[in-house]
Structure formats: C-alpha cells, structure tokens
Design a protein around this ligand. Structure first.
Ligand SMILES: Nc1ncnc2c1ncn2[C@@H]1O[C@H](COP(=O)(O)OP(=O)(O)O)[C@@H](O)[C@H]1O
Ligand SMILES: [Mg+2]
Length: 259
C-alpha cells in the first residue's frame, strides 16, 4: 500500500512583500523520511520553511501545500502547529517576559518526555542555567540552537523543520546536536517502525554525518535545482560548489533541459 506523503508541495510560488522569492517548488516527504534542503545563502531555504509553517508575510501566490493530504495552503500558523508541524528557527526572536522553563513546561508532551528531557538533555546541553532566562535573551548562536532543539524534544512534533541547526555550533558540539536531532525524529507514534518525518536545512552538510537523511534537495535562486542522494549531492557540491546545480537549472548540460 502506497502511503500518502506527510508533506507535499505542488508548484508552490511564494512572495514576500510583493516580491516573488520561490518558484514552482515541488516536494514530497513520505512518512518516516527526513529530507535535507541544501543550497547557497539567499537561495530561499528559510523562506521555504517559513512558508510551510505558515508565518505571516510569506504569501503563496500559486500552488498548494498538503499535510497528510489536507490542503493547508491557507491554514493559520496555529492550525499548522496543532496538526503537529514545528520549526527550530535560525534566528528566533527574543521573547521578553517568557522564560525557557515556562515554554518547556507548557509544550512538554508527556511525563516520559519530561523525564528524558530533565535527566539527559538539560544537563548534557548545559542549559539548566538558562531555564530562568527569557527566551533567547542574550544567548549565543550555539545556545540558541540548543534552546530551539530542547523545545522540539519537549514538543515531539509529528513533522519538524530545522533551519541550519549546525550554524554557530563548534565542531566539538556537532555530535551532541546530532543526537538531539535524532531524538526529535525518533520513533513515529503512527508508524512505530519508522522515524518521524521532517526536513533539515543546512549548507555545509557536516550535520548529515550525524543524522541520516533520505533525500536532499538543492535550492538556488528560489528554484529547486536538484533532488537526490544526500551524500552524492554533497560530494559534488563539496568539490565544485553549487555551480553544477546552477548550470543544471539553466539547462546548460547537453540534452538535459530542465525547464
Ligand atoms: N522578509 C523578507 N523581506 C525581503 N526579502 C526577504 C525576506 N526574507 C527573505 N528575503 C530574501 O529572499 C531571498 C531568500 O532568502 P532566504 O529564504 O533567507 O534564503 P536562505 O535561507 O537560503 O539563505 C534572499 O534574497 C532574501 O534577501
Ligand atoms: Mg536561511
């Protein structure tokens, strides 16, 4: 039996402040799969994630977004969150008057998760000292990463999207961040033999040494340039940058006219 993808984007075009940033994006993420979104800075990776989450300001001008087959193109961010979609932002806002401890307490899925979070991740990440801090107030890049991932571990969303969880993280901490990400995606309650689904945005790929991804997509200049095996794409991009992918979009390779 072919299961419906968890997330599908069909020919999605997105505008921010009246300017088109994403063009004809097609993406299917099947149940239990984690996809990597790669590509150079400014390509549109973050905009894609913000659009899927439903942040205001990201207007779908064409196409549709389906979550478990349901059209969520015009659903509010709250409705999408209640359906189990969540994000770890790259530059989340500081929230005055709200402490990390309060947020963790509010979002924690159940007692088992609470136990796991307090007994393991809070101490391993050295974040205990930040529990009384207002959300993201004065946190370094690496601390923001850990705070965002802790919130997702507590939340156990059905579909998580992580925006560059490896940025601002020193090499020594990559393994811990990798373990936190694997925790976020561990066992799907609907299909216990599989992981939860989601996507991870990155642009250096070191993270993917720690987190197994099923497929990678390269976004350049707002277009999906290439999709395929994460390792093979990274090997090519690592050797020659994304120039091959850009040439691919332009249809410069003999006989391969993409559009
Ligand atoms: N709120 C915004 N207002 C205007 N332009 C934006 C906004 N957000 C993103 N952009 C522009 O959209 C393009 C894609 O940005 P982004 O999605 O952040 O790319 P990436 O995450 O791949 O680096 C960039 O040119 C960026 O300047
Ligand atoms: Mg970005």
């Amino acid at each position: 039996m072919q299961m419906e993808p968890v997330l599908s984007l069909r020919d999605v075009c997105v505008a921010v402040r009246g300017e088109e940033l994403l063009f004809d994006i097609n993406l299917d993420i099947p149940q239990g799969e984690i996809h990597a979104i790669l590509g150079p800075n400014g390509g549109g990776k973050t905009s894609l994630m913000m659009t899927i989450m439903g942040f205001s300001g990201y207007t779908v001008t064409h196409g549709k977004i389906l979550f478990h087959g349901e059209d969520i193109t015009h659903a509010t961010i709250t409705e999408r969150a209640r359906m189990g979609i969540a994000v770890a932002q790259q530059r989340p806002p500081t929230i005055e008057g709200v402490r990390l401890a309060q947020v963790l307490d509010y979002v924690t899925a159940d007692d088992l998760v609470r136990e796991n979070l307090t007994s393991r991740y809070l101490s391993e990440t050295n974040m205990e000292g930040f529990l009384k801090r207002e959300i993201n107030a004065g946190l370094s890049g690496g601390e923001i990463r850990r705070s965002e991932l802790l919130q997702l571990i507590a939340m156990r969303p059905l579909f998580a999207m992580l925006d560059e969880p490896d940025s601002g993280v020193d090499v020594g901490s990559l393994e811990l961040i990798g373990r936190m990400i694997n925790e976020i995606f561990s066992q799907d309650p609907l299909t216990p033999a599989k992981r939860r689904s989601g996507l991870i945005i990155t642009h250096n790929g070191a993270m993917l040494e720690h987190v197994l991804t099923d497929k990678a997509h390269v976004i350049i200049d707002g277009r999906m340039a290439c999709s395929g095996n994460p390792r093979l794409i990274l090997e090519t991009a690592g050797a020659s940058g994304y120039e091959h992918c850009a040439a691919c979009i332009r249809g410069e390779y003999s006989g391969v006219g993409i559009r």
